[in-house]
Unconditional design. Structure first.
Length: 127
């Protein structure tokens, strides 16, 4: 990401942290058009859509981030959670399996277990 875009990205992240989701969303949507290959932009945008209750757009943004960077844990976990909250459990489980087949993460496993209990994830996972 070039320095000018990075400055705007950092500003959007600050807006998100301060709860100014509309301002953050506006900046990030613009950045996504200017830099459509940035997984970070799509990951944070997915988080903002999720926090704003725009779940279909959150799924699309997180999915785009995972396509750009398949091992980006935050994007995969965000996608998993939003899919689960959107009553798309099978898709959520498939994303968890996909991620854990290429990357190990105890935090990911713990988060899934804490949220959904008795769910065993891993290379030989069966749901």
């Amino acid at each position: 990401m070039n320095p000018a875009l990075r400055k705007r990205f950092d500003q959007a992240v600050k807006f998100e942290r301060d709860g100014q989701l509309s301002l953050a969303k506006e900046i990030l949507e613009d950045l996504a058009r200017l830099d459509p290959e940035s997984a970070a932009i799509f990951c944070v945008l997915g988080d903002i859509y999720w926090k704003s209750g725009i779940l279909d757009k959150a799924v699309a943004a997180f999915r785009k981030a995972t396509e750009l960077r398949p091992k980006l844990e935050a994007a995969s976990l965000g996608l998993f959670i939003v899919l689960m909250k959107s009553d798309r459990a099978e898709q959520g489980y498939q994303e968890a399996k996909r991620f854990l087949s290429i990357s190990k993460s105890q935090i990911y496993l713990d988060t899934v277990d804490e949220m959904y209990g008795n769910v065993k994830l891993g290379y030989d996972t069966k749901f």
